[in-house]
Design a protein around this ligand. Structure first.
Ligand code: GLN
Length: 510
């Protein structure tokens, strides 16, 4: 029996949508075949919660809309959500034992907006516990496997989101990116992903990690599919205190990114044979330092040459505080996490220990039992850096560095370039279990993604090649834009994907 779902025969959301609208296939058929494929690829451990009846109900509703001509932009499109978005139907665990029995009474804004657009959810995707990690090895429910080589990690923390798209189980997925968690797994699994400008997509109903950094973003094979997913969710939400009402004078609502994308595509079209002429690509020297794998340096260089052939110009730039993004992030994110995770005390939320002597003992036992080692490590670091006496030395300093990093990006955009490009990760997917004794090794691998997060900028990862190892593993190109430049980034990525076929390569079933 073929395990490839129906939607994998279609090259894009647009192609699948037209087959659905023309009633060549039904949303229910698409959903059934995706459910089967998910079961057949249980070895990947990409899904934590599947509920066939809930999915079928959504698919039937989609078919009703399609039949009477009331379909929305995503009606019948099979997607899935990272398990940090709360959902009324499916359990939400954030891949933690702490929340292993938690079902939310409401849907996250991202979930309800995608449902309103008609998307059919196949369930909830595995990730690092509370989104803390870069390899998806920190899930309380076991690691996710990379479909390109099931002995390797898919990246993290949105590892299930990337693996599910790479294996063709869903056409697109949602992820979250606090320090790289959309871009990094997209890169390691050979799919595309975008983290939009901080504040453009609502955090309401997203299990909080580092609230000043957390942003939702979609993953899919094509940049165009990312547009289909991102445009409807990029909207002001009064239930998120940091949600933006407008983006540089343009209201933050569906249609904003699509309009910018179409304007950029129109300009490319008019430019003719050199569609990207005039585009200045900043290439930061600090993104090509000693730690960078040779295969990645070469693939990124080849991608830059493709952009030059399309008319873009390369400009050497400097982001001098790139190295400092690691200590700054690993002070700020744990500080915010220690505060956010204080709600899991076994009373208001979370696992409660079966045995305890008094209230304090209950809290401490519940937390010790419910949280995994990486989460505990971050809570301890975060609590320490916020302590009276250390606050000025660590937290305040980190905030100052964060401001300088944001200024470095602004200076580059103001004076030298329109977008910035470089690698996403210093190495391709590592083997599951590698670096187990050295948790900070993973932290260092975030070097190219953290600065963007600290600055709140939009950035993407698009596939740009493979390693020369015996089993070739995917490599991602990072494209960073200035605030609210999502439409332009997607148009640039789309142009790259018209010139290359890296994003269309699919892993063989192992
Ligand atoms: N790897 C980073 C961390 O562990 C980023 C994770 C994320 O973006 N959620 O914090």
């Amino acid at each position: 029996m073929s395990t490839m779902p129906i939607h994998s025969e279609f090259d894009s959301i647009e192609a699948l949508r037209s087959a659905l609208v023309q009633r060549k296939i039904s949303a229910l058929e698409v959903a059934e075949s995706a459910l089967q494929a998910i079961e057949a690829r249980a070895d990947l451990n990409a899904f934590l919660h599947v509920d066939a009846e809930l999915t079928r109900a959504q698919a039937r509703a989609a078919d009703a809309l399609l039949t009477n001509g009331n379909a929305g932009p995503l009606t019948g499109i099979p997607i899935a959500h990272k398990d940090v978005f709360v959902t009324r139907g499916w359990r939400t665990t954030a891949a933690s034992k702490m929340l292993s029995n938690y079902t939310s009474p409401f849907d996250a804004t991202v979930v309800s907006l995608l449902e309103q657009a008609g998307a059919v959810s196949l369930g909830k995707l595995n990730c690092d516990e509370f989104a803390m990690g870069s390899g998806n090895e920190n899930s309380a429910f076991g690691p996710v496997r990379n479909p390109w080589d099931t002995d390797t990690v898919p990246g993290g923390s949105s590892g299930g989101s990337a693996a599910a798209v790479a294996a063709g189980l869903v056409i697109a997925s949602t992820g979250t990116d606090t320090g790289g968690s959309v871009r990094q797994p997209a890169a390691l699994c050979g799919v595309s992903g975008i983290k939009p400008t901080y504040g453009t997509v609502s955090r309401y109903g997203m299990v909080a990690y580092g609230s000043s950094l957390d942003q939702a973003g979609p993953l899919a094979r094509h940049a165009r599919d990312l547009l289909e997913m991102l445009d409807p969710i990029s909207a002001f939400d009064e239930r998120d205190a940091t949600s933006l009402a407008d983006c540089d004078g343009i209201p933050n609502k569906p249609g904003r990114i699509r309009a910018a994308f179409e304007a950029a595509m129109g300009a490319q079209h008019e430019a003719g044979a050199k569609p990207l002429s005039g585009l200045r690509i900043g290439v930061p020297a600090e993104f090509f330092n000693e730690g960078l794998d040779n295969d990645i340096a070469e693939a990124v260089e080849a991608a830059l040459q493709t952009f030059e052939a399309l008319g873009a110009r390369r400009v050497e730039i400097s982001l001098p505080r790139t190295k400092l993004s690691i200590p700054a992030y690993y002070v700020i994110a744990p500080a915010e996490a220690s505060s956010n995770l204080s709600r899991y005390d076994g009373v208001r939320y979370g696992h409660r220990s079966a045995t305890y002597t008094d209230l304090a003992d209950m809290t401490s036992r519940s937390r010790a039992e419910g949280f995994g080692p990486e989460v505990i490590r971050r809570i301890l670091v975060g609590t320490y850096v916020l302590c009276h006496g250390y606050y000025d030395a660590y937290y305040l300093q980190a905030q100052r560095v964060r401001r300088m990093i944001a200024n470095d990006f602004q200076q580059a955009f103001a004076e030298q370039c329109d977008v910035i490009m470089g690698p996403v990760t210093p190495a391709v997917a590592k083997r599951i279990g590698e670096n187990r004794d050295d948790p900070t090794a993973d932290w260092l691998a975030d070097i190219y993604t953290l600065g963007v997060s600290l600055a709140g900028l939009p950035a993407m990862s698009v596939p740009c090649g493979f390693s020369t190892t015996s089993k070739p593993l995917p490599i991602g190109l990072q494209i960073i834009g200035n605030y609210f430049d999502e439409g332009r980034l997607l148009a640039i990525a789309d142009r790259f994907q018209q010139a290359t076929d890296w994003h269309q390569r699919k892993p063989e079933q192992q």
